[in-house]
Write a protein that binds this ligand. Structure first.
Ligand code: GDP
Ligand code: ZN
Length: 307
């Protein structure tokens, strides 16, 4: 029988079957030995084959090939790599400029990772009702630059029911990975457009404040026959993916599409003469926050690899 892994808690896997039932499965021992660098042999979203033994216990005996997957590395322990989810159509970052404010670096780390794994991404700024006047200019700038880079972006408010229909359309007929810090309103947003899911609001943020090492268990929810969301509670930070510093620019779409105009082929867009990116930045045609993220990631990777 074929099913989809909707939750993994270490030893047990909840597998969603075609008839909408969920079967709790163990994993056949052989899988635990493979892929030692990844902490989890099976991820939420995996399509698997399961069978029942004489004692009526179910186990997963085969993992079907993944269309894609996305990995998060721990910011402190680079060797620790966790497959957050597989077989997704898109990643949606839920951010906020207030209560709590999401660092631009967090958003851009998620976008860089999605880009490396070939997963389309979108950015939603929630809690718009809480933004002050001066936040709004920044919000418009951010939305403009993310859209321009190819990441659909808009603001929402659960309180004022702002743009909830637009958000609803984002999830239709797709498997979506939702990423955001605790408290930005992931559960509230999902509940407001899909009330039948009834996700717990506020519970997760209070819980994850207790300790730094809260384990993240992603969970996949079925919205309807062709739409699924994967919620990732408790993500606090996002390590950079394992790429070389000179590759970072290739994974910023707005740099990628302009870099052929740089004077030097190996331009890294920092101090080089004739750099098209720096030129655009000076003309106000390149987002300063995105440029800051680019430089930060470049330097961080360079320092880690000790060039
Ligand atoms: P999660 O941790 O990302 O799932 O966030 P929750 O959905 O649990 O929301 C955290 C808190 O923010 C709750 O108290 C929500 O009621 C509140 N909240 C969520 N969305 C909004 C919003 O658009 N505006 C305001 N003012 N509060 C919100
Ligand atoms: Zn350049």
């Amino acid at each position: 029988m074929r099913g989809t892994v909707v939750q993994s808690t270490g030893n047990f896997y909840d597998v969603l079957m075609a008839d909408d039932s969920i079967i709790v499965c163990r994993l056949k021992g052989k899988f635990r030995l493979e892929n030692k660098k990844q902490t989890n042999p099976i991820a939420v979203g995996d399509f698997v084959m399961i069978e029942k033994d004489e004692q009526n216990n179910y186990s997963i005996y085969e993992i079907l090939p993944r269309n894609n997957y996305i990995v998060r590395s721990d910011i402190h322990k680079k060797e620790y790599k966790h497959v957050i989810a597989s077989n997704v159509d898109q990643a949606v970052v839920i951010a906020s400029l207030r209560q709590p404010r999401t660092a631009f670096g967090f958003i851009d780390r998620v976008l860089l990772t999605s880009e490396v794994y070939g997963i389309p991404a979108k950015v939603i700024f929630n809690k718009h009702d809480l933004y002050k006047e001066k936040d709004d200019a920044l919000l418009q700038e951010l939305i403009f630059s993310y859209n321009d880079a190819g990441y659909e972006s808009f603001s929402t408010s659960v309180l004022n029911k702002e743009n909830l229909e637009q958000l609803h359309a984002v999830f239709e007929n797709k498997t979506t990975l939702i990423i955001g810090l605790s408290g930005v309103g992931k559960s509230s947003l999902v509940n407001s457009i899909f009330p039948h899911l009834n996700l717990k609001i506020g519970a997760i943020s209070a819980y994850s404040e207790k300790g730094l090492h809260t384990t993240t268990f992603a969970h996949m929810y079925r919205i309807n026959e062709h739409s699924f969301i994967i919620d990732t509670p408790g993500i606090k930070e996002f390590g950079l993916v394992d790429i070389d510093a000179y590759e970072v620019g290739h994974y910023f779409p707005e740099i990628r599409k302009e870099m052929h105009n740089c004077k030097f082929n190996d331009c890294v867009h920092i101090n080089e003469a004739g750099c098209a990116i720096k030129q655009l930045l000076e003309e106000g045609k390149f987002s300063p926050t995105r440029y800051t993220s680019y430089i930060t990631f470049f330097e961080e990777i360079k320092a880690a690899k000790k060039w």
